[in-house]
Design a protein around this ligand. Structure first.
Ligand code: TYD
Ligand code: MG
Length: 457
């Protein structure tokens, strides 16, 4: 059995026993259990889990190395292939995270079944549910004749030997937090276990050319539970987003060594599992029969497709320390926008609670949402709805300027297609040719945008 040591997650310093404070850098609570390589000549930079990658390759100029195209197997689920960049890559490791119950196991079982039907061998390792539970789910999905191989196992060494002997095209580990290695004494699910097991599985994927999909839980804060370091180890990181109360789910690529990031796949949860939504632009709009105060629609561009998303704000008189809360949008950015609104447009929310929400559980990270957030806040503050068919987008800077969003023309076209008729956009995004059906107001400053809205009545 390999010797156990403790390494610091901050400085990579080591200690033979656990300490509260790292002896090398002085950071607290950063030492985690790892395996020491007992082999001779080991230096501190050669972490044992990378030894499999370092197989004494010759140094050669970049131009002399043959660039080989990666080999992809389309999963047969169009929206999933879109986020993966065309399909699952042989030897690639995908980490897929999301809240419990959002549909990770469902989607992966559907994908494995599609692969298996294309005669590609697959393996589904379940650590959270028993084989019987997986079978029950497969009946619900209409996959009762599925030939997907299922292994109910949580011990790393046994999983590795099954992968090695079976050599599937794709193996799913559901979930990485349940896997444990006997080599470590820490509990399954601990940072040390998750990190070490993921490292072993990654190495096996590369060595055997098997694509491995790791399912990971997400903490309340929205990060993949345990080690962020998992995200660095794997080739692709996908996150499931969406409100479990609504049927729609987004799968977003936040890292992809084999494709574009921020590409999204859109699914709807149905009675028979997840179904791809190929034309998703209008699914994040709530259907108000009359325009309501505090609501503004924005066109966001996620990956290659424009999406219309409704931003809702509620401004209400608060106590001595008013609250600023945001769901689906960055809270620090909200504080910044409120400061810009005050300084440059003279609209004060100092004594007000401000809540903002992106409808449908979608997360918006692009700054082009700024203008819609500001307009929904002022609309709620004044108790005055924006006109029917109104939308806005544009980044707002600290000096009160409205900056252009990438590919404005495409956003406007999509909005016009869905029947929107009035848009407030950054000056640089105003198209040269008019967009049929859309009256466009180009603005350069926040004050100007508020004036335009006031003028619309
Ligand atoms: P699941 O895939 O188990 O989520 P995760 O693995 O991310 O925890 O999804 C379970 C949820 O999906 C559960 O609340 C029921 C729902 N569901 C359906 O609505 N339709 C279906 O066909 C299936 C299989 C699940
Ligand atoms: Mg699950």
């Amino acid at each position: 059995m390999a010797k156990t040591i403790f390494t610091c997650t901050e400085c990579a310093g080591t200690s033979p026993r656990w300490l509260g404070k790292c002896p090398a850098c002085g950071a607290w609570n950063t030492l985690i259990e790892a395996q020491a390589d007992a082999g001779p000549g080991r230096n501190r930079y050669a972490a044992p889990r990378f030894s499999g990658l370092a197989q004494g390759q010759a140094v050669m100029p970049l131009s002399a190395i043959k660039a080989s195209e990666v080999q992809r197997s389309p999963s047969g689920i169009g929206e999933l292939d879109r986020v993966l960049g065309g399909g699952i890559v042989a030897g690639g490791v995908v980490l897929i995270g999301g809240d419990p119950g959002i549909g990770k196991s469902t989607l992966l079982l559907q994908a494995l079944d599609a692969l298996q039907r294309a005669n590609l061998p697959t393996l589904y390792v379940t650590g959270e549910e028993s084989g019987a539970q997986v079978a029950l789910r497969s009946r619900r999905l209409g996959l009762e004749h599925s030939q997907v191989n299922v292994l109910a196992e949580i011990q790393l060494e046994k999983i590795l030997s099954a992968v090695d002997s079976m050599r599937p095209t794709v193996a799913v580990i559901d979930s990485i937090q349940t896997v444990y290695s006997e080599q470590l004494t820490s509990a399954p699910g601990s940072v040390a276990q998750v990190r070490e097991c993921a490292a072993h599985l990654t190495r096996a994927a590369k060595a055997l050319g098997v694509a491995i999909v790791l399912v990971g839980h997400v903490t309340k804060e929205g990060a993949l539970a345990g080690p962020r370091v998992l995200e660095h180890m794997v080739d692709t990181v996908l996150y499931f987003e969406g409100d479990t109360h609504s049927p729609f789910r987004l799968v977003r690529a936040v890292k992809n060594r084999f494709g574009a990031v921020n590409e999204i796949g859109v699914f709807a949860m149905t009675e028979k599992g997840l179904k791809g939504v190929s034309n998703p632009s209008a699914i994040f709009l709530s259907q108000h029969s009359e325009p309501v105060a505090g609501s503004c629609v924005l066109v966001t561009l996620e990956g290659t497709r424009p999406l219309l998303v409704e931003i809702q704000a509620l401004v209400d008189s608060g106590g001595p320390s008013p609250r600023r809360l945001s769901v689906g949008l960055d809270r620090d950015r909200l504080a910044m926008l409120l400061a810009v609104l005050h300084r440059h447009a003279g609209v004060a929310c100092m004594d007000q609670d401000v809540f903002v929400n992106a409808v449908g559980g979608v997360r918006i990270s692009e700054p082009a949402a700024d203008l819609a957030v500001l307009l929904s806040i002022t609309s709620s503050l004044r108790g005055k709805a924006l006109p029917r068919g109104f939308l806005a987008f544009g980044e707002v800077g600290l000096a009160g300027e409205v900056r252009p969003a990438p590919r404005g023309q495409e956003r406007l076209k999509e909005a016009a297609k869905l029947g929107f008729c009035t848009a407030v956009v950054p000056r640089a995004n105003a198209p040269k040719k008019p967009v049929p059906g859309l009256s466009i107001h180009a603005v350069e400053r926040v004050e100007e945008a508020l004036d335009v809205v006031r003028g619309l009545g």
